[in-house]
Write a protein that binds this ligand. Structure first.
Ligand code: PLP
Length: 374
Protein backbone atom coordinates (compact mmCIF):
# COMPACT_ATOMS: atom_id res chain seq x y z
CA UNK A 1 0.00 0.00 0.00
CA UNK A 2 2.99 2.34 -0.51
CA UNK A 3 3.62 5.06 2.07
CA UNK A 4 2.67 4.60 5.69
CA UNK A 5 -0.91 5.78 6.24
CA UNK A 6 -1.38 8.49 8.91
CA UNK A 7 -2.92 6.15 11.48
CA UNK A 8 -1.79 4.41 14.65
CA UNK A 9 -3.31 1.15 13.51
CA UNK A 10 -5.25 0.26 10.41
CA UNK A 11 -6.60 -2.59 8.35
CA UNK A 12 -5.88 -3.06 4.66
CA UNK A 13 -8.43 -4.98 2.64
CA UNK A 14 -7.69 -6.33 -0.81
CA UNK A 15 -11.01 -6.08 -2.61
CA UNK A 16 -9.74 -7.90 -5.68
CA UNK A 17 -9.22 -10.96 -3.48
CA UNK A 18 -12.82 -10.78 -2.33
CA UNK A 19 -14.04 -10.37 -5.87
CA UNK A 20 -11.95 -13.36 -6.98
CA UNK A 21 -13.07 -15.50 -4.04
CA UNK A 22 -16.73 -14.83 -4.81
CA UNK A 23 -16.17 -15.52 -8.47
CA UNK A 24 -14.56 -18.86 -7.59
CA UNK A 25 -17.54 -19.87 -5.47
CA UNK A 26 -19.99 -18.80 -8.14
CA UNK A 27 -18.18 -20.78 -10.83
CA UNK A 28 -17.58 -23.91 -8.78
CA UNK A 29 -21.09 -24.12 -7.31
CA UNK A 30 -22.97 -22.99 -10.41
CA UNK A 31 -25.43 -21.32 -8.04
CA UNK A 32 -26.24 -17.70 -7.39
CA UNK A 33 -24.17 -16.28 -4.54
CA UNK A 34 -25.56 -14.42 -1.53
CA UNK A 35 -22.50 -12.72 -0.01
CA UNK A 36 -22.79 -12.68 3.77
CA UNK A 37 -21.65 -9.18 4.72
CA UNK A 38 -23.13 -8.93 8.20
CA UNK A 39 -21.06 -7.58 11.11
CA UNK A 40 -19.38 -5.02 8.89
CA UNK A 41 -18.50 -7.80 6.46
CA UNK A 42 -16.81 -9.84 9.21
CA UNK A 43 -14.85 -6.71 10.12
CA UNK A 44 -13.70 -6.00 6.55
CA UNK A 45 -16.13 -3.12 5.85
CA UNK A 46 -19.64 -3.78 4.59
CA UNK A 47 -20.01 -1.38 1.66
CA UNK A 48 -16.69 -1.94 -0.16
CA UNK A 49 -16.95 -5.70 0.42
CA UNK A 50 -20.53 -5.84 -0.85
CA UNK A 51 -19.49 -3.93 -3.99
CA UNK A 52 -16.53 -6.26 -4.53
CA UNK A 53 -18.74 -9.31 -4.02
CA UNK A 54 -21.25 -8.02 -6.57
CA UNK A 55 -18.39 -7.33 -8.97
CA UNK A 56 -17.33 -10.95 -8.42
CA UNK A 57 -20.75 -12.17 -9.50
CA UNK A 58 -22.76 -12.25 -6.26
CA UNK A 59 -26.39 -11.34 -6.85
CA UNK A 60 -27.47 -11.07 -3.20
CA UNK A 61 -26.15 -9.74 0.10
CA UNK A 62 -27.10 -11.05 3.53
CA UNK A 63 -27.01 -9.11 6.78
CA UNK A 64 -28.17 -9.58 10.35
CA UNK A 65 -29.47 -6.14 11.38
CA UNK A 66 -31.69 -3.50 9.83
CA UNK A 67 -28.93 -0.90 10.35
CA UNK A 68 -26.80 -2.97 7.98
CA UNK A 69 -29.50 -2.72 5.30
CA UNK A 70 -29.63 1.05 5.80
CA UNK A 71 -25.86 1.29 5.39
CA UNK A 72 -25.86 -0.66 2.12
CA UNK A 73 -28.84 1.21 0.67
CA UNK A 74 -27.42 4.61 1.66
CA UNK A 75 -24.26 3.64 -0.23
CA UNK A 76 -26.41 3.13 -3.32
CA UNK A 77 -26.51 -0.67 -3.42
CA UNK A 78 -29.68 -1.85 -5.10
CA UNK A 79 -29.13 -5.62 -4.95
CA UNK A 80 -31.54 -7.88 -3.08
CA UNK A 81 -30.62 -8.05 0.61
CA UNK A 82 -31.83 -10.72 3.02
CA UNK A 83 -31.93 -10.08 6.76
CA UNK A 84 -31.03 -13.54 8.03
CA UNK A 85 -32.77 -13.40 11.40
CA UNK A 86 -34.98 -11.51 13.82
CA UNK A 87 -35.75 -7.82 13.59
CA UNK A 88 -38.00 -5.92 16.01
CA UNK A 89 -41.48 -5.23 14.63
CA UNK A 90 -40.84 -1.47 14.86
CA UNK A 91 -38.22 -1.86 12.11
CA UNK A 92 -40.32 -3.83 9.63
CA UNK A 93 -41.89 -0.88 7.78
CA UNK A 94 -38.54 0.80 7.16
CA UNK A 95 -37.03 -2.46 5.93
CA UNK A 96 -39.90 -2.98 3.50
CA UNK A 97 -39.47 0.54 2.20
CA UNK A 98 -35.79 -0.27 1.65
CA UNK A 99 -36.82 -3.42 -0.23
CA UNK A 100 -35.09 -5.80 2.15
CA UNK A 101 -36.19 -9.43 2.22
CA UNK A 102 -37.13 -10.65 5.68
CA UNK A 103 -36.78 -14.01 7.38
CA UNK A 104 -39.96 -15.59 8.76
CA UNK A 105 -40.61 -18.76 10.72
CA UNK A 106 -43.87 -18.24 12.65
CA UNK A 107 -47.46 -17.35 11.79
CA UNK A 108 -46.97 -14.23 13.89
CA UNK A 109 -44.14 -13.16 11.60
CA UNK A 110 -46.48 -13.39 8.62
CA UNK A 111 -49.11 -11.37 10.48
CA UNK A 112 -46.66 -8.71 11.66
CA UNK A 113 -45.00 -8.27 8.27
CA UNK A 114 -48.26 -8.63 6.34
CA UNK A 115 -49.88 -5.80 8.30
CA UNK A 116 -47.02 -3.42 7.61
CA UNK A 117 -46.91 -4.41 3.94
CA UNK A 118 -50.67 -3.81 3.63
CA UNK A 119 -50.31 -0.33 5.15
CA UNK A 120 -47.50 0.51 2.74
CA UNK A 121 -49.32 -1.22 -0.10
CA UNK A 122 -46.26 -3.27 -1.02
CA UNK A 123 -45.48 -6.97 -1.44
CA UNK A 124 -43.16 -8.01 1.38
CA UNK A 125 -40.50 -10.46 0.15
CA UNK A 126 -39.91 -13.14 2.79
CA UNK A 127 -37.75 -16.25 3.13
CA UNK A 128 -39.07 -19.06 5.29
CA UNK A 129 -36.46 -20.47 7.64
CA UNK A 130 -36.65 -24.17 8.49
CA UNK A 131 -35.26 -25.63 11.72
CA UNK A 132 -33.21 -28.62 10.60
CA UNK A 133 -30.69 -28.94 13.40
CA UNK A 134 -29.20 -25.60 14.37
CA UNK A 135 -31.56 -25.21 17.32
CA UNK A 136 -31.71 -21.48 16.78
CA UNK A 137 -34.37 -19.99 14.49
CA UNK A 138 -36.75 -21.58 12.03
CA UNK A 139 -39.93 -23.56 12.06
CA UNK A 140 -39.81 -27.35 12.31
CA UNK A 141 -40.65 -29.04 9.01
CA UNK A 142 -44.03 -30.13 10.42
CA UNK A 143 -44.99 -26.51 11.16
CA UNK A 144 -43.32 -24.92 8.16
CA UNK A 145 -46.19 -25.80 5.84
CA UNK A 146 -48.73 -23.71 7.77
CA UNK A 147 -46.36 -20.72 7.75
CA UNK A 148 -45.70 -21.16 4.03
CA UNK A 149 -49.44 -21.43 3.30
CA UNK A 150 -50.16 -18.29 5.33
CA UNK A 151 -47.46 -16.46 3.37
CA UNK A 152 -48.76 -17.71 0.03
CA UNK A 153 -52.34 -16.70 0.86
CA UNK A 154 -51.45 -13.23 2.09
CA UNK A 155 -52.05 -10.62 -0.57
CA UNK A 156 -49.10 -8.53 0.61
CA UNK A 157 -46.48 -11.21 1.06
CA UNK A 158 -44.28 -12.86 -1.53
CA UNK A 159 -42.68 -16.12 -0.42
CA UNK A 160 -39.37 -15.61 -2.15
CA UNK A 161 -37.27 -18.33 -0.58
CA UNK A 162 -36.97 -21.28 1.76
CA UNK A 163 -33.77 -21.86 3.67
CA UNK A 164 -32.02 -23.41 6.61
CA UNK A 165 -28.59 -23.21 8.23
CA UNK A 166 -26.04 -25.98 8.76
CA UNK A 167 -24.53 -26.42 12.21
CA UNK A 168 -21.73 -28.87 11.44
CA UNK A 169 -20.79 -28.61 7.78
CA UNK A 170 -17.31 -27.47 8.84
CA UNK A 171 -16.53 -30.84 10.45
CA UNK A 172 -15.04 -34.01 8.97
CA UNK A 173 -18.04 -36.18 9.77
CA UNK A 174 -20.68 -35.69 7.03
CA UNK A 175 -23.43 -37.46 8.99
CA UNK A 176 -24.89 -34.48 10.93
CA UNK A 177 -25.05 -32.45 7.72
CA UNK A 178 -26.66 -35.32 5.81
CA UNK A 179 -29.25 -35.47 8.57
CA UNK A 180 -29.98 -31.74 8.25
CA UNK A 181 -30.21 -32.02 4.48
CA UNK A 182 -32.77 -34.81 4.84
CA UNK A 183 -34.91 -32.72 7.15
CA UNK A 184 -34.66 -29.80 4.77
CA UNK A 185 -35.65 -32.00 1.84
CA UNK A 186 -38.59 -33.31 3.86
CA UNK A 187 -39.80 -29.76 4.55
CA UNK A 188 -39.41 -28.89 0.86
CA UNK A 189 -41.41 -31.97 -0.13
CA UNK A 190 -44.27 -30.99 2.20
CA UNK A 191 -44.38 -27.58 0.56
CA UNK A 192 -44.13 -29.02 -2.93
CA UNK A 193 -47.03 -31.40 -2.25
CA UNK A 194 -49.19 -28.33 -1.65
CA UNK A 195 -47.92 -26.72 -4.83
CA UNK A 196 -45.62 -24.26 -3.06
CA UNK A 197 -42.43 -23.52 -4.94
CA UNK A 198 -40.25 -20.51 -4.28
CA UNK A 199 -37.79 -18.72 -6.56
CA UNK A 200 -34.93 -19.47 -4.14
CA UNK A 201 -33.89 -22.43 -2.02
CA UNK A 202 -30.69 -22.07 0.00
CA UNK A 203 -28.79 -24.00 2.62
CA UNK A 204 -25.03 -23.80 2.05
CA UNK A 205 -22.67 -21.71 4.17
CA UNK A 206 -18.99 -21.57 3.12
CA UNK A 207 -18.20 -25.11 4.21
CA UNK A 208 -21.12 -26.61 2.31
CA UNK A 209 -20.49 -24.33 -0.68
CA UNK A 210 -17.02 -25.86 -0.85
CA UNK A 211 -17.73 -29.50 -0.23
CA UNK A 212 -21.43 -30.39 -0.44
CA UNK A 213 -22.96 -29.94 -3.89
CA UNK A 214 -26.15 -31.53 -2.54
CA UNK A 215 -26.63 -28.39 -0.41
CA UNK A 216 -26.14 -25.86 -3.19
CA UNK A 217 -29.68 -25.63 -4.62
CA UNK A 218 -29.92 -22.40 -6.62
CA UNK A 219 -28.32 -20.01 -4.11
CA UNK A 220 -25.35 -20.38 -1.73
CA UNK A 221 -24.62 -18.17 1.29
CA UNK A 222 -20.86 -18.02 1.86
CA UNK A 223 -19.42 -15.71 4.51
CA UNK A 224 -15.97 -16.53 5.87
CA UNK A 225 -14.62 -17.96 2.60
CA UNK A 226 -15.25 -14.81 0.58
CA UNK A 227 -12.73 -13.13 2.89
CA UNK A 228 -10.23 -15.87 2.03
CA UNK A 229 -10.51 -17.51 5.45
CA UNK A 230 -11.32 -21.18 6.02
CA UNK A 231 -14.50 -22.19 7.90
CA UNK A 232 -12.45 -24.53 10.12
CA UNK A 233 -9.24 -26.57 10.10
CA UNK A 234 -11.29 -29.48 8.73
CA UNK A 235 -12.32 -27.42 5.69
CA UNK A 236 -9.20 -25.76 4.30
CA UNK A 237 -9.73 -23.47 1.34
CA UNK A 238 -8.50 -24.46 -2.11
CA UNK A 239 -5.32 -22.62 -3.16
CA UNK A 240 -7.33 -20.33 -5.43
CA UNK A 241 -8.62 -18.37 -2.42
CA UNK A 242 -6.76 -15.29 -1.26
CA UNK A 243 -6.83 -13.77 2.22
CA UNK A 244 -8.14 -10.23 1.97
CA UNK A 245 -7.31 -8.64 5.32
CA UNK A 246 -4.05 -7.35 6.77
CA UNK A 247 -3.99 -5.61 10.16
CA UNK A 248 -1.07 -3.28 10.75
CA UNK A 249 0.38 -0.85 13.23
CA UNK A 250 3.75 0.85 13.79
CA UNK A 251 6.33 1.08 16.51
CA UNK A 252 5.37 4.05 18.69
CA UNK A 253 8.35 3.81 21.00
CA UNK A 254 11.57 1.85 21.52
CA UNK A 255 13.25 1.77 24.91
CA UNK A 256 15.87 -0.17 26.77
CA UNK A 257 14.84 -1.34 30.20
CA UNK A 258 17.22 -2.50 32.92
CA UNK A 259 16.92 -6.00 34.44
CA UNK A 260 14.04 -6.43 36.87
CA UNK A 261 11.85 -3.74 35.28
CA UNK A 262 8.10 -4.41 35.07
CA UNK A 263 6.18 -3.96 31.83
CA UNK A 264 2.50 -2.92 31.65
CA UNK A 265 -0.28 -3.20 34.26
CA UNK A 266 0.28 -5.71 37.00
CA UNK A 267 3.92 -6.24 35.99
CA UNK A 268 3.13 -9.71 34.72
CA UNK A 269 6.26 -9.35 32.62
CA UNK A 270 9.52 -8.37 34.32
CA UNK A 271 12.75 -8.05 32.35
CA UNK A 272 15.32 -10.76 33.08
CA UNK A 273 18.23 -8.72 31.78
CA UNK A 274 18.63 -5.47 29.93
CA UNK A 275 15.93 -5.69 27.27
CA UNK A 276 14.72 -3.65 24.32
CA UNK A 277 10.98 -3.15 24.46
CA UNK A 278 8.73 -1.61 21.80
CA UNK A 279 5.35 0.03 22.36
CA UNK A 280 2.58 -0.39 19.79
CA UNK A 281 -0.30 2.09 19.55
CA UNK A 282 -3.14 -0.41 19.67
CA UNK A 283 -4.93 -2.30 22.39
CA UNK A 284 -8.04 -4.11 23.42
CA UNK A 285 -10.22 -1.11 22.53
CA UNK A 286 -9.16 -1.79 18.94
CA UNK A 287 -10.15 -5.43 19.26
CA UNK A 288 -6.70 -6.79 20.07
CA UNK A 289 -7.44 -9.35 22.76
CA UNK A 290 -6.03 -8.87 26.28
CA UNK A 291 -4.60 -12.34 26.45
CA UNK A 292 -1.23 -14.09 26.73
CA UNK A 293 0.62 -15.47 23.75
CA UNK A 294 0.05 -12.74 21.14
CA UNK A 295 2.71 -12.38 18.48
CA UNK A 296 3.38 -9.80 15.79
CA UNK A 297 5.68 -9.42 12.78
CA UNK A 298 8.34 -6.74 12.61
CA UNK A 299 11.26 -6.67 10.15
CA UNK A 300 9.70 -9.92 8.82
CA UNK A 301 10.29 -11.72 12.11
CA UNK A 302 7.86 -12.93 14.73
CA UNK A 303 8.14 -11.38 18.14
CA UNK A 304 6.02 -11.81 21.27
CA UNK A 305 3.70 -9.26 22.82
CA UNK A 306 4.71 -9.03 26.49
CA UNK A 307 2.87 -7.87 29.58
CA UNK A 308 -0.83 -7.11 29.59
CA UNK A 309 -2.41 -5.61 26.50
CA UNK A 310 -3.68 -2.14 27.55
CA UNK A 311 -6.75 -0.36 26.18
CA UNK A 312 -4.82 1.55 23.52
CA UNK A 313 -1.31 0.13 23.61
CA UNK A 314 0.74 -3.01 24.02
CA UNK A 315 4.40 -3.85 24.25
CA UNK A 316 6.63 -6.19 22.26
CA UNK A 317 10.08 -7.69 22.68
CA UNK A 318 12.68 -6.29 20.31
CA UNK A 319 15.99 -7.77 21.45
CA UNK A 320 16.44 -9.93 18.37
CA UNK A 321 15.35 -7.16 15.96
CA UNK A 322 18.16 -5.23 14.34
CA UNK A 323 17.96 -1.46 14.83
CA UNK A 324 14.20 -1.06 15.42
CA UNK A 325 12.94 2.47 14.72
CA UNK A 326 9.84 4.42 15.65
CA UNK A 327 7.31 4.11 12.77
CA UNK A 328 8.63 0.74 11.63
CA UNK A 329 5.67 -1.23 10.32
CA UNK A 330 4.27 -4.03 12.46
CA UNK A 331 1.84 -6.68 11.21
CA UNK A 332 -0.71 -8.22 13.57
CA UNK A 333 -2.55 -10.27 10.94
CA UNK A 334 -1.16 -10.83 7.48
CA UNK A 335 2.17 -11.16 5.68
CA UNK A 336 5.44 -9.36 6.14
CA UNK A 337 8.23 -10.60 3.88
CA UNK A 338 8.18 -14.38 3.94
CA UNK A 339 6.40 -14.58 7.27
CA UNK A 340 2.67 -14.57 7.96
CA UNK A 341 0.36 -14.51 10.96
CA UNK A 342 -3.12 -15.64 9.94
CA UNK A 343 -6.44 -14.80 11.60
CA UNK A 344 -6.69 -18.54 12.26
CA UNK A 345 -3.44 -18.47 14.27
CA UNK A 346 -4.61 -15.45 16.23
CA UNK A 347 -7.88 -17.26 16.86
CA UNK A 348 -6.01 -20.26 18.25
CA UNK A 349 -4.03 -18.01 20.60
CA UNK A 350 -7.23 -16.32 21.74
CA UNK A 351 -9.05 -19.62 22.17
CA UNK A 352 -11.56 -18.72 19.47
CA UNK A 353 -12.14 -18.86 15.70
CA UNK A 354 -10.95 -16.68 12.82
CA UNK A 355 -14.54 -15.32 12.49
CA UNK A 356 -14.41 -13.72 15.92
CA UNK A 357 -10.93 -12.30 15.36
CA UNK A 358 -11.81 -10.23 12.29
CA UNK A 359 -15.31 -9.32 13.55
CA UNK A 360 -13.73 -7.95 16.73
CA UNK A 361 -11.50 -5.39 14.99
CA UNK A 362 -12.92 -2.20 16.41
CA UNK A 363 -14.70 0.62 14.62
CA UNK A 364 -11.91 3.10 15.40
CA UNK A 365 -9.47 1.10 13.26
CA UNK A 366 -9.64 2.65 9.76
CA UNK A 367 -10.13 0.23 6.87
CA UNK A 368 -8.10 1.04 3.77
CA UNK A 369 -8.98 -0.54 0.45
CA UNK A 370 -6.61 -1.74 -2.16
CA UNK A 371 -8.86 -1.37 -5.17
CA UNK A 372 -9.43 2.31 -5.77
CA UNK A 373 -12.33 1.85 -8.12
CA UNK A 374 -14.55 0.46 -5.34
C1 PLP B 1 -27.73 -17.96 8.35
C2 PLP B 1 -26.30 -17.87 7.92
N1 PLP B 1 -25.99 -18.21 6.66
C3 PLP B 1 -24.72 -18.16 6.23
C4 PLP B 1 -23.70 -17.76 7.06
C5 PLP B 1 -22.28 -17.75 6.54
O1 PLP B 1 -21.53 -18.75 7.18
P1 PLP B 1 -19.97 -18.90 6.87
O2 PLP B 1 -19.34 -17.63 7.31
O3 PLP B 1 -19.54 -20.06 7.70
O4 PLP B 1 -19.84 -19.12 5.42
C6 PLP B 1 -23.97 -17.41 8.37
C7 PLP B 1 -22.89 -17.01 9.26
O5 PLP B 1 -22.93 -16.95 10.43
C8 PLP B 1 -25.33 -17.47 8.83
O6 PLP B 1 -25.65 -17.15 10.07
Amino acid sequence: MGRKPPYSTWVEVDLESIQANVNYIRKTTGAEVMAVVKANAYGHGAVPVAKAALAGGATWCAVARSSEVVELREAGLECPILILGYIPKEQVAEMLQLKASLTVWTLDDIKKIGEQARKLDVQAPVHLKIETGMGRLGSFPSQALSVALAAERHAHIQLQGVFSHLARADENDPEPTEHQEKKFEYALSLLKDKGIQTPYIHLANSAASLKRPSAHYNLVRPGISIYGLPPSPAVPLPDDFQRALTWKTVLANVKTLPPGHGVSYGHEYVTQEQETIGALPLGYADGYRRTDGNQVLIHSQKTPVIGRVCMDQCMIKLDHIHNPQIEDEVVLIGKQGEKEITADEVGRIWGTINYEVTCAIGPRVPRLYRKNSM
